[in-house]
Design a protein around this ligand. Structure first.
Ligand SMILES: Nc1ncnc2c1ncn2[C@@H]1O[C@H](COP(=O)(O)OP(=O)(O)OP(=O)(O)O)[C@@H](O)[C@H]1O
Ligand SMILES: [Mg+2]
Length: 412
């Protein structure tokens, strides 16, 4: 599916503005896609640029007059004479009254002074797209991004991410994507038993031309119905994507999926921070042992700072939990000053067996692990937990922030 909006062409010598505009047009709700970018100065324009413009037959022309407002207005006039029927949106420095009038007479439908206000520019593009009868794309509801993280390696983050994605998809039948942001040693593909053809880094490299069709070619479809955007097989270093690139991609992905579940490495890497920034919730995974609690305690301040709404976005998941251990759930909660939103019982044979066979454990049905992850998934999906949600006591109210008691609950 390609955005149903109109084709836009951008003429600007300003790389910063071109980046801003690309970001705006990534949002399908705006109703336009970028078909051509021209970077040359107006003084250097010739047959080549005119031919390119004619070839893409853009309906919306975005002209940056910064480089030479006078020549820019003349070019707008030329375009209006030779390409009637399109709309011109111009940006640039504050213009004199006369120059602004000339721009309007030359066919400029809207003029915005740089640095542009991104929201105003987005509105302007939407309006022009509507006026051409091509917009009408109502703002799309963005999907939920849930990021799984632990500052302590080996806590079970990847297992929970993988199984939670499968559970959410099974419970809701909604479009669910699992993203492996552990770009050095990611193992999600292994957990799902797939051999991806493409990975996250390929996507970064081709993001400038990304649309829904191209996205589909980077995604692996697992038999469970969950989609996967994998980490590279070989660790990336030189070509490691920047935080900004990852942020943009996650924003793009939530326009195409109802749930985006992100697996992260144990470090506060730029990618991990970008994921926090885009996430609705971070599911912080800990085990019930001192080294885990110590690491989480040390990482918590950084995590809270990285989240736009701080602690309210953190959900603590206690993994490999077994009641009767030296450290109780109350100890964990007191130590971290966080309530546990869910617990997942220790079930080593089932978990390692599922990883080794590349079959998510929740597809096997009966394990304790499955019951507990299902309870967490049900809560996230806004469904009531069923009787099988062992040890999910209090999970609903904690996750949803309200108290909901089971009627007639009997004490043993
Ligand atoms: N609830 C559980 N019960 C028993 N074993 C578990 C449980 N959860 C995870 N494990 C085991 O812990 C190990 C690490 O799991 P996983 O790879 O999911 O952790 P991780 O936090 O992603 O690790 P890394 O830091 O290497 O990315 C696996 O071998 C798995 O078998
Ligand atoms: Mg992992």
């Amino acid at each position: 599916m390609t955005a149903a909006g109109l084709r836009a062409a951008l003429i600007s010598t300003d790389a910063g503005f071109r980046g801003q505009l690309r970001d705006i047009l990534l949002d399908e709700g705006v109703g336009a896609t970028l078909a051509l970018e021209i970077h040359e100065r107006f003084a250097a324009f010739g047959e080549k640029q005119v031919r390119e413009l004619r070839h893409v037959n853009a309906e919306l022309l975005i002209l940056d007059l910064q480089d030479d407002p006078e020549l820019g207005v003349q070019f707008a006039q030329f375009l209006s004479n030779t390409h009637p029927g399109h709309r011109i949106l111009a940006v640039g420095p504050a213009l004199s009254h006369e120059m602004l009038l000339s721009a309007m007479r030359a066919g400029v439908a809207d003029y915005q002074i740089k640095p542009v206000n991104v929201d105003a520019l987005r509105d302007s593009i939407s309006r022009l797209s509507q006026s051409l009868g091509r917009g009408g794309a109502k703002a799309k509801r963005l999907g939920h991004i849930y990021t799984l993280f632990s500052p302590k390696g080996g806590s079970g983050v990847t297992s929970v991410a993988t199984n939670l994605a499968v559970v959410l998809h099974r419970l809701t039948s909604k479009r669910t994507l699992l993203v492996d942001l552990d770009l050095e040693l990611g193992e999600v593909a292994l957990h799902l038993g797939v051999q991806p053809r493409f990975n996250f880094v390929d996507m970064v490299q081709n993001f400038h031309r990304m649309d829904a069709d191209l996205l589909a070619s980077y995604i692996e479809q697992h038999e469970s119905g969950v989609h996967l955007l994998s980490a590279p097989f070989h660790p990336v270093r030189a070509e490691a994507p920047s935080g900004d690139e990852i942020r943009r991609i996650l924003h793009f992905l939530r326009q195409h999926y109802d749930y985006v579940i992100v697996d992260t490495p144990k470090t506060f890497s730029p990618g991990t921070l970008a994921a926090f920034d885009q996430s609705e919730l971070v599911l912080l995974v800990t085990n019930v042992d001192l080294p885990s609690l110590r690491n989480i305690q040390r990482g918590l301040p950084m995590l809270k700072r990285a989240l736009p709404r701080g602690e309210s976005q953190i959900r603590l998941i206690v993994n490999r939990y077994h009641s009767g251990g030296d450290i109780t759930l109350a100890d964990v909660e007191r130590t971290l000053s966080l309530k546990a939103s869910g617990t997942i019982r220790n079930d080593y044979d089932a978990v390692i067996g599922s990883i080794n066979t590349g079959k998510p454990i929740v597809l096997n049905g009966k394990s304790k692990y499955t019951q507990d992850v299902r309870a967490i998934g049900a809560e996230l999906a806004g469904l009531t937990t069923g009787p099988g949600s062992a040890n999910g006591r209090g999970v609903v109210s904690r996750l949803l922030g309200r108290v909901r008691r089971k009627p007639q609950e009997k004490k043993p």
